[in-house]
Ligand binder design. Structure first.
Ligand code: 0RA
Length: 664
């Protein structure tokens, strides 16, 4: 059954680049029957590991911290495949004291034994690109999907790697260095009660910019895997700091949705849950409405986060809209003459997770993060229609609340449209007139233009004086802005504070946003370094996050870093952004006629000081606002802006910015 495929050796790299390699290889031959026929003979030989070390980025995306963690995902995903196939129940990940990572599962164990090529199957899996179970067909595979490149890639990029497989009556093992065997496949002892695979590897410090694994990054990913594979135990241990987390969710996606809604008020206590098999496709959906206005849907195919959606999302949306409209008419809430609720209306305040598992997932699009299999749309739609209709019929109180919220959404959407039209018309009527408070810059090229959003009129005054008017515009914002989480789009747009901002930016808002019209590519939030400043900054971040997310996604939003202290000796002046920095500077100066001034707000700085410390591109530090992880950002914003006050206070005190450090 096994054969060398020499032309794949030549073509392998090009095929890998577009991600089609696995399918192309499978299509070449008749499929073997059941997955359980799998043995040493089934491993296919494709190509050696040189290309991986030559161009690691092609296989793991990058050689920074993100690429480094890909090594862990690759090894863990193999174990999770084994769990999805029904053989493994426990996966343990351990970051060891020396910085290496060990992954243990209790599955069937990687096959060992002589392969027709003369080498051992275990060795081939670890030293040959594209060799492995994913060509075998059968079962759902994470590792055959989006980023599944095979453990051989991990091996190639590791200073050393050791594998042990407990099966066929013994524990077998082999060791490697940078992908090359440093031992034969050896019998290490009797099998005992154990079955499964243990893989330990030390990333190669000559390949990666950093080889320090992050507990939090790994924990977050493992938590997600545990949600997506209910009943699977996943344990993470960090021997470097003696930390440990275990993940196990009997509720699977229901637990996931509860987690996503944890800081929100929900419309119904129990998430709706749909689980169905349609042919070879397994479908799982959980959803729960909350009282916010945001839509929060996460989709997965074979545990891969399909951030660009695809057929499963399409099927879900269609079915949800249809079921809710059908129910609203059945229950007499929508009358004959009433128009249907739109998809946008029924998705306001919706948190949902959709997970499908299928044998041959097709990932499409630029980032391969969109599920292509067309048949899945109908399968998901039928499962969701059935599940949601049944839930609504059995829980009419919940049904009514959800429909009423959708109706409010429909009315609000109409009001927002009118308000938007008004804003746009108003802008036009005033002859493209920009807000009176805006001190615009001379530059007209958005890529070279900056807009400072400044808290308060006095700071606005200093900023106007201190700026370089050629490319820096100033818009003072007075008082507290609206609470953007609770306020509806129509109120926000027409609020006295936000309307000038929307007009100054020039790109519109919400659905009608047109980034091509954005007048500034650096929008810089400049607030005091105190709690009020933090609050206003958070409000502005929330506003952009909710209503102009593209601005953040394109990297146009920044946060200025005004200093807290001015330290002067008469001869020299220094600025510090924290007490710690102040102390360091004072110590370094080591003269004791030092005067330290604390700025209570931007307004206390004169124009020159503000320019030098906060606005001059030569000397300032800006933070770029990033939406690293939509789920986490959503939770933070909701917590900050939502009904519950205590977590907000705590948060503001400790960490007021969800941003990543960046010197510009
Ligand atoms: C190929 C075939 C079989 C199991 C595996 C691969 C396998 C790989 C890994 C990687 C980590 N843990 C794993 N567990 C299993 C099945 C062989 C058989 O039929 O027994």
């Amino acid at each position: 059954m096994t054969q060398e495929v020499p032309d794949r050796v030549r073509n392998g790299q090009a095929d890998r680049a577009n991600g089609d390699g696995a399918q192309a290889a499978t299509a070449r031959r008749p499929k073997k029957g059941a997955a359980s026929d799998y043995n040493a003979e089934s491993i296919q030989v494709l190509e050696g590991l040189d290309p991986v070390r030559r161009r690691p980025g092609m296989y793991i995306g990058s050689t920074d911290a993100r690429g480094l963690h890909h090594l862990v995902w690759e090894v863990v995903d193999n174990s999770i495949d084994e769990a999805m196939a029904g053989y493994a129940t426990h996966v343990e990940v351990r970051v060891q004291e020396d910085g290496s990572v060990r992954v243990v599962d209790d599955g069937r164990g990687v096959p060992v034994g002589r392969h027709p090529s003369g080498r051992d199957a275990l060795e081939i899996v670890h030293t040959v690109l594209h060799a492995g179970s994913k060509f075998g067909g059968g079962g759902y595979k994470v590792s055959g999907g989006l980023h599944g490149v095979g453990v051989s890639v991990v091996n190639a990029l590791s200073e050393w790697l050791k594998v042990e497989t407990a099966r066929d009556g013994a524990v077998w093992g082999q060791e490697y260095s940078r992908g090359n065997p440093t031992s034969a496949v050896k019998k290490l002892g009797p099998q005992g009660d154990r079955h499964g695979t243990t893989t330990t590897f030390m990333p190669d410090s000559t390949v990666f910019e950093t080889i320090e694994f992050s507990f939090d990054t790994i924990a977050q990913r493992l938590r997600e895997s545990a949600y997506l594979n209910k009943g699977l135990w996943i344990r993470l241990i960090d021997d470097r700091v003696d930390r440990e987390r275990s993940f196990y969710f009997e509720g699977g996606l229901v637990s996931f949705v509860r987690h996503l809604n944890r800081n929100k008020e929900t419309l119904h206590a129990r998430p709706m849950y749909v689980e169905k098999r349609e042919g070879a496709t397994s479908i799982e959906v959980a959803l729960q409405y909350n009282d916010s206005y945001a839509e929060n849907i996460f989709t997965f195919a074979n545990n891969i986060n399909t951030v660009d959606g695809g057929s499963h999302l399409t099927g879900f949306r269609a079915a949800l809209t249809r079921s809710l409209n059908d129910y609203a008419r059945r229950a007499g809430i929508l009358k004959d003459n009433d128009a249907n609720l739109s998809g946008d209306d029924v998705r306001e305040g919706l948190t949902a997770v959709i997970s499908v598992k299928l044998v041959d997932p097709q990932f499409e699009g630029q980032t391969k993060a969109k599920l292509g299999n067309a048949e899945v749309a109908g399968q998901v739609a039928s499962a969701v229609s059935e599940g949601v209709s049944q839930y609504l019929d059995e829980n009419p109180g919940d049904g009514r609340r959800i429909i009423e919220k959708s109706l409010i959404a429909a009315r609000a959407r109409e009001a927002a449209r009118k308000a938007r039209d008004l804003v746009i018309r108003k802008g036009a009527l005033e002859g493209m007139s920009l807000p009176g408070k805006l001190a615009d810059c001379q530059e007209r090229d958005p890529a070279k233009s900056e807009l400072y959003l400044v808290e308060g009129d006095s700071a606005g005054g200093s900023a106007k004086q201190g700026r370089d008017r050629r490319f820096q515009a100033i818009l003072p914002l007075r008082g507290k802005l609206l609470n953007v989480e609770k306020a509806r789009l129509d109120k926000i747009v027409s609020s006295e504070n936000i309307r000038p901002l929307v007009i100054a930016l020039g790109a519109g808002i919400g659905d009608s946003l047109d980034l091509a019209k954005l007048r500034y590519h650096r929008i810089i939030i400049m607030t005091d370094a105190d709690v009020d400043g933090a609050h206003i900054r958070t409000l502005l971040l929330t506003f952009f996050f909710r209503h102009m997310p593209q601005v953040i996604e394109n990297g146009y939003l920044f946060i200025a870093q005004p200093p807290l202290f001015r330290i002067s000796t008469g001869k020299q002046t220094h600025y510090a952004q924290s007490e710690q920095e102040r102390d360091t500077i004072v110590k370094r100066l080591a003269v004791k006629n030092i005067s330290v001034q604390r700025f209570k707000g931007l307004g206390e700085m004169n124009a020159d000081q503000l320019w030098e410390t906060t606005m001059n591109p030569e000397s300032r530090t800006l933070l770029r606002a990033e939406v690293e992880d939509a789920a986490e950002a959503d939770a933070v914003f909701t917590m900050l802006m939502g009904e519950r006050v205590e977590p907000r206070k705590d948060f503001i005190k400790t960490e007021a910015r969800k941003v990543q450090n960046l010197d510009v």
